[in-house]
Design a protein around this ligand. Structure first.
Ligand code: BGP
Length: 462
């Protein structure tokens, strides 16, 4: 078949996952507790069907065979995260030798299979002791994270050439401090902004530390979930709502990470409402000096917004949502399981924005995917026929291809995710993998999309 969408030479084909969601072995190998282990022990009912993070997809024990599977379906790159509480139980102090052995084995096995490891340092999984010290509200924790990052570079930096400080740093802000879907389940915008700000400081310090190492062909970046804010209409009130949304949910991390400074409009808005976080002398310079080399873009769904229908209750806690309402566009295409709109062109709009407003920074799609419930319905002859997922990936790749044709600096595409994995409060509700996982036996079976992806990677297009 003729290839209609050919990608640039050396395009990164692969997938992404995170430690807590995939490794399992939560109380093995000397791992300390993180906030997920703890929260689950306190409130198991808040997790879909009461399934917690203790064994997830068992990658800790099966990494060898799993990496072989990655190779078979055409991965040339793969993103994992290091579990801070596994590597340094408690978050500070001694490095855990069993963790060093595990991550060394994974990294070496990937490289032996010609799969470049992309390593992320923080994917929502704060060590419990660090949370008890105040989590990202505390500068002490920022320092501990910086030390952890240095240790990771020291132990693995000779082989890992792509590093990421954080995955979607805004999600713990939203989940933990605004909307009650991550521990510590606080609802307090002022604290949320402090968490967001200190996370950025931790990020910049980790970038700064990275550059003291002599790894000349390595890069460091951050992974952000960039969700375009589409206004309902061109009415100035709708435009204003979408602009504020963009400031809160995209530019709050994108601008400091890539440009080294916060948008003035955002700072002014927070100041006007008495919500500015505490800053320290030297922070602005730190951010300015430590912008990223590379940006990972996670994209699942667009955000559609409109001007508020009603004035916010002045007695309610301050929220970003004081400035906009979500807009349910009639006829929008939905993934009903996850409740997310599917809008493939969003990927193109993000890339054009990076090209036009962010110096066309080197980037890649670091997550994109479709979570579907009860996929067993689609089993035919022993395999899940996930044509909907193929269609989803293809639709997004077509727009990514167009962006690249127009000069965007996008280097790859990673699916979320390789194996069905544990999705936080949703546990195993929605499945995202190229491979399904039987939760009883942990047996893996390739879905139709895995075979399709093998061809795409082999042909460098479709
Ligand atoms: C991203 C996260 C992942 C993953 C994915 C799917 O936001 O980086 O950790 O979970 O979303 O979302 P969910 O698991 O909520 O369905």
């Amino acid at each position: 078949m003729a290839i209609q969408y050919k990608f640039p030479e050396g395009f990164w084909w692969g997938s992404a996952t995170s430690a807590t969601q995939m490794e399992g072995a939560a109380s093995e190998g000397g791992k300390g507790l993180n906030i997920w282990d703890y929260w689950y022990s306190q409130e198991p009912n808040r997790f879909f069907e009461g399934v917690g993070p203790e064994s997830t997809s068992d990658f800790y024990h099966t990494y060898k065979q799993d990496i072989k599977r990655m190779k078979e379906i055409g991965h040339n790159t793969f993103r994992l995260s290091i579990s801070w509480s596994r590597f340094i139980p408690g978050g500070e102090g001694e490095v855990n030798q069993e963790a060093v052995t595990f991550y060394n084995n994974v990294i070496d096995e990937l490289i032996a299979n010609d799969i470049e490891p992309f390593v992320n340092l923080f994917h929502f999984d704060m060590p419990l002791e660090m949370q008890e010290k105040g989590g990202w509200e505390s500068r002490e924790v920022v320092e501990a994270y910086t030390t952890y990052a240095k240790k990771a570079y020291e132990f693995f930096g000779d082989r890992v050439k792509k590093w990421f400080t954080f995955n979607e740093p805004i999600v713990p802000v939203e989940g933990g401090y605004l909307y009650d879907f991550h521990y510590p389940n606080v609802v307090d915008a002022k604290r949320a902004f402090q968490v967001a700000y200190n996370t950025m400081i931790a990020h910049a310090k980790a970038v700064e530390a990275f550059r003291t190492f002599d790894y000349p062909d390595s890069k460091i970046g951050i992974i952000l979930n960039l969700t375009p804010s589409y206004p309902r209409s061109q009415n100035p009130a709708d435009l204003k709502a979408s602009n504020i949304c963009d400031l809160f949910f995209n530019r709050s991390f994108l601008d400091p990470a890539v440009k080294g400074e916060y948008p003035k409009e955002l700072v002014d808005l927070l100041e006007e409402h008495g919500q500015l976080p505490e800053m320290e002398k030297g922070d602005a310079q730190l951010l300015k000096n430590n912008t990223v080399d590379i940006l990972g873009v996670n994209y699942y769904q667009p955000r559609r917004v409109k001007a508020k229908e009603h004035l916010p209750n002045p007695y309610s806690p301050f929220m970003p949502d004081w400035f906009f309402d979500n807009y349910e566009m009639p006829g929008r295409k939905m993934n009903p399981y996850r409740g997310w709109e599917i809008y493939e062109k969003g990927i193109y709009d993000i890339m054009i924005n990076l090209k036009e407003n962010y110096g066309n920074i080197e980037s890649f799609i670091s997550e994109n995917g479709m979570g579907v419930q009860n996929e067993e319905r689609f089993i035919k002859d022993g395999r899940i026929e996930d044509d909907y997922r193929i269609e989803f990936i293809q639709g997004h790749l077509e727009w990514l291809h167009k962006a690249i044709q127009e000069g965007c600096n996008a280097k790859g595409y990673h699916l979320w995710t390789f194996l069905d994995n544990w999705s936080w409060m949703n546990a195993y509700k929605n499945r995202y993998g190229f491979f399904s996982v039987d939760l009883e036996t942990k047996e893996r079976t390739a879905k139709k999309s895995a075979y399709w992806f093998t061809e795409v990677s082999k042909n460098n297009g479709f």
